[in-house]
Design a protein. Structure first.
Ligand SMILES: Cc1cc2nc3c(=O)[nH]c(=O)nc-3n(C[C@H](O)[C@H](O)[C@H](O)COP(=O)(O)OP(=O)(O)OC[C@H]3O[C@@H](n4cnc5c(N)ncnc54)[C@H](O)[C@@H]3O)c2cc1C
Length: 459
């Protein structure tokens, strides 16, 4: 969150009649605490962060977004922007939320292989619509994540090793600026703005339409296999990950780590683009490193859209403290740190995940998009799930921070999208050498920092 360069605030200073008049003009509507729909409207993925905005402006059209921005600007209101509600920034106490939940149309142009996606769509909607045509956008793994927040921060998922980050398939956009203007941008139109949207997008306006290049994906080779994670197996598992990364261009290996019954385990999720080749690649990797028999293995051909839906039940809305950062490598030493973290976890639901981030993303220069730290190979995510309660919350935070410092020497920088606690991750560690250009663009497009409730780039 960034300081405001202008005094934004005070939703209560605006007369009720003015709110009513705005609501009457919208395709959507304005909600306040007295409305029956308010409680449901302010829900977010992380139940530990529930907030009470003064008003929620539910937008159902681009003109709604335009009107909402102009209204909030005219009254100098402190705004947040909400799409998939996975970040801590979607709602804040006593602010006004411009909510895009009702703006989720998707059009798939099969001829041009482009998906046009409205700013409030979630990954589940995007995946299901694209799957009808055997096409997909490279995106994250949790179906309830918003396309907007995920894309504007970079975006990675099972297909990233083969096709790069979500921003690497993000070709153009429409946004409503801090002035309330509707602007189209691409590599030809306002190319600087397009550059900034690819990694720092929430700072420059509200994106009402994303255009993505689509990839052909139907049935993939995937599933799960589980091994005990011990100081003995850690070097073999690290070698599996290295081999998969370096020598199998059409296979991605994602790992999650848990400690369900006091014995740390590693769960590998392979994803091969072609079901037959994926199966062969997977068997080949295992044979080359001499992996012992798994505790369980359930792999085979599956529709990609089914794989994308799996986290709906595995990562439901929860009380959670999360942190993530980029990693150069997954080495035996890193695997040993994972074992330590799991052994010291405060609650059985505390997990770590390691997603392959690079390969294609590694080939794009840092200065080509706002997203920095392109040379990182993996993304480590720590999710400390806990039962509601202040003491539990503190234990979850303490553990996550302890894990963060134990991994400090292996981290190559922050992933802007995972921001459970931002104090260890200054904005410089996110944008490195791209920060100055982002600041210059912020001065050009949002000099008063109207959009400041985000991972903020100060003008
Ligand atoms: C359980 C979980 C799983 C995740 N998995 C992945 C993953 O696999 N891959 C990955 O890359 N990331 C992942 N993330 C991180 C996720 O991408 C970020 O939290 C992202 O910011 C969420 O976007 P959202 O739209 O859901 O959230 P929101 O909280 O609604 O918005 C996030 C940010 O975007 C801004 N914003 C929202 N809509 C717009 C818009 N239309 N225009 C401009 N700004 C807007 C908001 O102001 C806010 O700053 C995961 C997060 C969680 C909690």
């Amino acid at each position: 969150m960034g300081p405001k360069t202008k005094a934004y605030g005070g939703a209560s200073a605006v007369a009720k009649e003015e709110w009513d008049a705005l609501s009457a003009k919208l395709c959507g509507r304005v909600l306040c605490e007295k409305d029956a729909a308010y409680e449901e409207a302010r829900l977010q993925w992380n139940l530990d962060r529930l907030k009470r905005p003064s008003y929620v402006i539910r937008c159902e059209s681009v003109s709604d977004v335009e009107m909402a921005v102009k209204f909030c600007r005219e009254h100098s209101l402190d705004v947040t922007v909400a799409s998939g509600r996975h970040s801590p920034f979607c709602f804040m106490d006593e602010t006004v939320a411009i909510d895009l939940e009702g703006l989720h149309g998707i059009h798939v142009d099969t001829e041009k292989r482009i998906a046009h996606v409205q700013g409030g769509a979630r990954l589940k909607q995007l995946d299901r619509e694209c799957a009808l045509y055997g096409l997909h956008v490279v995106a994250g793994i949790n179906p309830s994540t918003g396309v907007a927040g995920l894309t504007l921060g970079g975006g990675c998922g099972y297909l990233s090793p083969m096709w790069g980050l979500t921003i690497d398939s993000f070709i153009s956009a429409q946004l409503v600026t801090a002035e309330g203007d509707i602007v189209e941008c691409s590599d030809e139109q306002h190319p600087d703005l397009m550059w900034a949207l690819r990694g720092s997008g929430w700072n420059y306006g509200i994106v009402t339409r994303f255009d993505f290049f689509l990839r052909p994906v139907t049935t993939v080779f995937t599933g799960m296999a589980q091994w005990p994670l011990t100081h003995k197996t850690s070097s073999i598992l690290a070698e599996v990950v290295r081999l998969g990364y370096d020598e199998y261009p059409e296979l991605s290996l994602s790992l999650s780590f848990a400690n369900p019954e006091g014995q740390p385990v590693a769960i590998i999720q392979p994803c091969g683009l072609d079901p037959d080749k994926g199966a062969k690649d997977w068997e080949s990797v295992k044979a080359r490193v001499g992996l012992p028999p798994p505790l369980m293995e359930d792999v085979g051909p599956r529709p990609y859209v089914e794989l994308q839906g799996m986290m709906e039940t595995l990562q439901p809305p929860s009380h959670c403290y999360e942190k993530g950062w980029l990693m150069k490598d997954f080495t035996p030493a890193v695997a040993d740190k994972v074992i330590d973290a799991l052994t010291e976890r405060p609650f059985p639901g505390c997990t770590l995940g390691l997603a392959p981030f690079g390969k294609v993303a590694n080939t794009v220069p840092d200065e080509a998009t706002a997203f920095f730290n392109r040379s990182s190979r993996f993304w480590l995510l720590v999710l400390a799930f806990f039962e509601e309660g202040a003491d539990n919350r503190q234990r979850a935070i303490d553990w996550t921070k302890q894990v963060r410092s134990a991994f400090a020497e292996y981290s190559t920088g922050s992933y802007v999208s995972i921001v459970g606690g931002m104090e260890d991750d200054p904005i410089e560690s996110v944008y490195g050498g791209n920060l100055q250009r982002l600041k210059d663009l912020k001065r050009a497009w949002d000099p008063t920092n109207f959009f400041h409730n985000n991972r903020n780039v100060m003008p």
